[in-house]
Design a protein around this ligand. Structure first.
Ligand SMILES: Nc1nc2c(ncn2[C@@H]2O[C@H](COP(=O)(O)OP(=O)(O)OP(=O)(O)O)[C@@H](O)[C@H]2O)c(=O)[nH]1
Length: 445
């Protein structure tokens, strides 16, 4: 899960704080010392941590907080606000050009995820009905051109390339001319990367910037590299006019040091967060939502947005009807699993549910993707009759299903029990006169 280890530590600290009725200055100071340690362990830049903790302390030790009825909550609220502020406050949108095409130039070190992010960005524009053009300006690594072409084919997006024997500035200019002629908008440029920052590369990128004056120059940085990412960003922004950042591989970043320091150190906003290798795994970066995730308050807004994108509305309606009529079967369950999978890794989804990170029942259920695989295997080993009417699943059938799915009888039993409980719970939720549910359900909730 994104920021998992940091989130766990902070949430532990605040649980203790909330447990106390009245707070005194000492309590707050000791909690903030823990916050400081957690942030440092998460590889957040030292200066950033110091400034952050001082700011929180200044606000938290005020009379208003101490005298309030819920001082613990008030401190968490302040931390939440300051974390949001640290990551840039408001969401920073991509700017578009006054007259098309908008030009987005992606820069960054080799392996940071530049080419993948070029594809992800193109996909988002395509979804909005735009016709982007991708320009392959990395002439040093022929495989990079091929990689972009493969992405272009998959997305049905045009890719402009002139091989690896031309000057990148000429390639980019010719690419722009093509976009103008064919009315393609926006133009997304994949530039060359290097393992380390070097003068030659910076010069080349500066030349491209000068020649085409991009609408935005987006620096792609790998969150997993922690403070290195921050240093790279600092160096790049000294030499180039960077307008914002795409932070990749946040899905594998349990600590969060780069995401929490980079804005403060460079002054540049994170505009997107890469959450996986697939082309649909890039999210707009919302500082407030990210802060809430870290503090275990969930990110219901992002969850709903994801659900709206990946869940078939007709199927959702159908499901609602089935739940109402109590005709929900294992077939439907399987179908729902598929839809949940479409939304991304289950651990990421869990991070978006308020309190889920701390909920013991959920932890015990070990909801990771391999668990979903096992559930799927068990259901697939049932006969159609068993899926429609689980009541017929007696002892010997359970054994057969366990054998067939490579699981144990205990696991089959657990799933059957879970299914029964889920049905009961959903029936209550959608019960007559009860509250109407939103258009989607997760089968385990
Ligand atoms: N988990 C995860 N992997 C990612 C993400 N973004 C990119 N990757 C992976 O990171 C690796 C490098 O990505 P590329 O897009 O090839 O990197 P690049 O910066 O274009 O590298 P060069 O073309 O060599 O300069 C690939 O294996 C990608 O699948 C992300 O958000 N999450």
């Amino acid at each position: 899960m994104v920021f998992e280890s940091l989130a766990e530590k902070l949430q532990d600290t605040f649980a203790k704080l909330k447990g106390k009725g009245k707070l005194n200055e000492k309590d707050v100071k000791s909690a903030l010392r823990e916050v400081k340690m957690s942030l440092l362990e998460a590889d957040v830049n030292y200066k950033v941590v110091k400034k952050f903790v001082n700011k929180v302390e200044e606000r938290a030790i005020g009379q208003e907080v101490m005298d309030s009825l819920t001082p613990g909550q008030q401190v968490i609220k302040i931390v939440n606000e300051e974390l949001t502020d640290l990551m840039g406050g408001e969401r920073s949108e991509l700017t578009s050009a006054d007259s098309p095409p908008s030009i987005y130039m992606l820069v960054g070190l080799q392996g940071s995820g530049k080419t993948t992010s070029t594809g992800k960005l193109a996909r988002q524009f395509k979804e909005k009905g735009k016709e982007p053009l991708l320009v392959a300006a990395d002439v040093y690594r022929p495989a990079a051109i091929k990689q972009l072409q493969v992405l272009g084919e998959r997305l049905d997006v045009e890719v402009f390339q002139m091989g690896d024997q031309n000057d990148p500035v000429d390639i980019v200019k010719a690419g722009l001319a093509r976009a103008e002629k064919e009315k393609l908008d926006p133009v997304i440029i994949d530039t060359a990367g290097r393992l380390h920052i070097d003068e030659e590369l910076m010069q080349e990128l500066q030349d491209i910037q000068e020649a085409i004056n991009p609408t935005e120059t987006l620096l792609v940085v790998d969150a997993m590299t922690g403070q290195d990412a921050v240093n790279v960003a600092d160096n790049f922004s000294e030499k180039l006019d960077i307008s914002g950042m795409i932070m990749t591989k946040l899905d594998g970043d349990a600590r969060g040091g780069a995401a929490l320091s980079i804005r403060e150190v460079t002054g540049k906003p994170i505009k997107f967060a890469g959450m996986g290798e697939k082309l649909d795994q890039m999210e707009p970066f919302h500082p407030d939502r990210m802060a809430s995730r870290i503090l275990g308050m969930g990110d219901v807004l992002s969850l709903i947005e994801k659900a709206e994108k990946s869940i078939d509305k007709e199927k959702a309606k159908d499901l609602e009807r089935k739940l109402r009529e109590d005709s929900f079967t294992f077939e439907d369950f399987l179908d729902q699993l598929d839809q949940v999978r479409n939304m991304g890794p289950i651990s990421d989804l869990m991070g978006m549910i308020p309190g889920a990170g701390k909920a013991k029942q959920l932890k015990n259920m070990q909801l990771d993707d391999s668990e979903l695989d096992r559930i799927e295997a068990i259901i697939s080993s049932m006969t159609p009759e068993e899926r429609r009417n689980p009541k017929v699943i007696n002892g010997s059938r359970r054994r057969r299903i366990a054998n067939g799915s490579g699981t144990s009888i205990q696991e089959v039993n657990r799933l059957l029990k879970q299914f029964k409980q889920t049905k009961k719970m959903m029936k209550q939720l959608s019960g007559k006169g009860g509250k109407k549910k939103s258009g989607f359900n997760l089968p385990f909730m």
